[in-house]
Design a protein around this ligand. Structure first.
Ligand SMILES: [Mg+2]
Length: 171
């Protein structure tokens, strides 16, 4: 059984993921968290984010941003990068992810999720059976409730990394 809090893979950054390979493997839709996944918390879309979404579109991917943030924040970011969006998504509940698949017209098997938090992003994606990639947060300065969640995350990640090492040893 796969643990609900374990991502399928971890990356240093959303900008380091081999998207072309994923497309070749049959993936067609990508769901992104915004804050600390694509830009620092609350920051507008920058050149790098805009270039990434252009590249994804050229590859042939459909994209959608799902955020628990308010519409004003999510919509303006989405417009800047040219992506669909779901605001107040209620992560880790399933509804935002299911809505995202519906909007992209993709399914749980050909879509993947990219986010920076285990207890909202990864947990929700795993509950929906969507492949999830955890990326290192962009910004270290975070609000206190997120800092506390990070402490819990580090415990889960400790066991996750140990689990990965064991699997690699037994291969
Ligand atoms: Mg985030």
């Amino acid at each position: 059984m796969k643990h609900y809090l374990y991502p399928d893979a971890t990356f240093a950054s959303s900008y380091d993921i081999p998207y072309e390979e994923l497309y070749e493997k049959g993936y067609r839709g990508i769901i992104y968290d915004i804050d600390n996944t694509l830009v620092p918390h609350g920051a507008p879309a920058d050149e790098r984010a805009i270039a990434l979404f252009k590249r994804l579109k050229d590859i042939g991917f459909k994209t959608i941003l799902i955020s628990n943030n308010k519409e004003a924040r999510v919509k303006s970011f989405a417009e800047d990068v040219g992506s669909e969006y779901v605001y107040k998504a209620g992560k880790p509940l399933k509804r935002g992810y299911l809505k995202a698949l519906e909007v992209m017209n993709t399914n749980r098997d050909n879509s993947l999720f990219v986010g920076d938090q285990l207890f909202t992003d990864v947990w929700g994606a795993r509950r929906c059976g969507i492949m999830s990639y955890l990326v290192d947060r962009i910004d270290d300065k975070e609000e206190i409730q997120i800092v506390l969640k990070r402490k819990l995350e580090s415990i889960v990640l400790f066991f996750y990394r140990r689990h990965i090492r064991k699997m690699e040893k037994n291969r």
